[in-house]
Write a protein that binds this ligand. Sequence first.
Ligand SMILES: Cc1ncc(COP(=O)(O)O)c(C=O)c1O
Length: 436
Amino acid sequence: MSVQFPPSAAPRSAYPVDVLPARLRRLLLHLASSGTPVSAYVYDGEVAAERARELRAALPGWAAVHYAVKANSFPGVVAALAPHVDGFEVASRAELDLALSALPATDRPPRPEAATARGSARAPVIAGPAVTAPVVAAGPAKSPPFLAALIRARVEAINAESLLELHRISAIAAAEGVRARVTLRVNPASIPVTGALRMGGVPSQFGVAEPDVPDVLRAAARLPGLDLVGFHVHAASGNLDADAHAAYLRWCVEWSTRTARECGVDLRLVDVGGGIGVAFEGEKPFDVARFGELAAQVEPPPGVRVLLEPGRYLVADCGWYAAEAIDVKTSYGSSYVLIRGGINHFQLPTSWDIVHNMAVLPVEDWPEDCPRPALTDTEVTVTGELCTPEDTLLRDVRVDRVRAGDLVVFPYAGSYGWEFAMHRFLGHPVAERHLL
Ligand SMILES: Cc1ncc(COP(=O)(O)O)c(C=O)c1O
């Protein structure tokens, strides 16, 4: 039986250099002229903003788009997105602080000191905060200090992952004199949708297994510090199929409506998580307009907000990872380009087995007294500066020419790039980050 490769793994040539916008090339050549070998991410905030505008414009009025900060937490990118999204999804204290500082002042919560001063173990539990920050928080194993920060920030919803987490949230909120808005994260038994979605229904550390939901809801109803506003499902990843994603959204809304009715939950929020994919070579891009049309046929109950938490889709194509070819060489007939960087800066292609293509940007500066090795019209493998064969970013890509001193540039590096890398392994300098 032959191995089935995804379309993005088809044999390929490097991208032509003109896939790189002219102003990106100018900035990279400027960096290359500085004398320090280039290793940098460059982001264009306007590209991210445009993706957010497109997605929001396609969706019906009951849908909200909260950017999942984990995909790219560079402050310039978060700030560029802020006016074009309804809010943020955060998974750590650092992401919370970043999201709060990117929000307009009117959306920010009271200062933490004020909230702490109000709270005491005997404070009366009040209906809810006057100002809610348009931030939702997700992620397994949230620590009590992180939960406390979320509650003090008056976030729109904490996506609770377990019964113990609900107890912790309730206790902290009651001590603060508030009821925390909470959605229960559910790991569905199955979702009757085919396509590129990775379904729930497998054991995992995420959320509450669907059969356990009624018992957990019964217990939650007795907790004084909770305002249970709905459900959270994040069961999709890298989905390029608009029909499947709309069917997934429909399933989340219908399941939440039914479960809320059966279990006596006053449903106000259905959070369908992230998961819209981006197309690499040979793949068909996600059809946002079609997704919006199909989503508009879903009818959430009146007053229920449906929230999407896209990460990758909003920022993938706003970023490039560029690194200098420190050396080029051949070994037993195979050719290698060794860069100033590697998986210490850009780990996603290796750990998710993505074939992530690149372009070569020629750099003419080269010391006269040093021979300049070059590889021409051949297939090369791009490797990094770590002492492990795993440090391989791209295999067997055909290039017209690459010389030591040229830059290799990976487009679509805006999501899960810098954030996802193992910066401290070997201790080489971390990749710089620039905004175009
Ligand atoms: C809870 C949650 N929401 C949203 C996202 C963003 O997903 P994506 O970048 O696939 O849109 C993630 C990613 O891990 C997540 O865990």
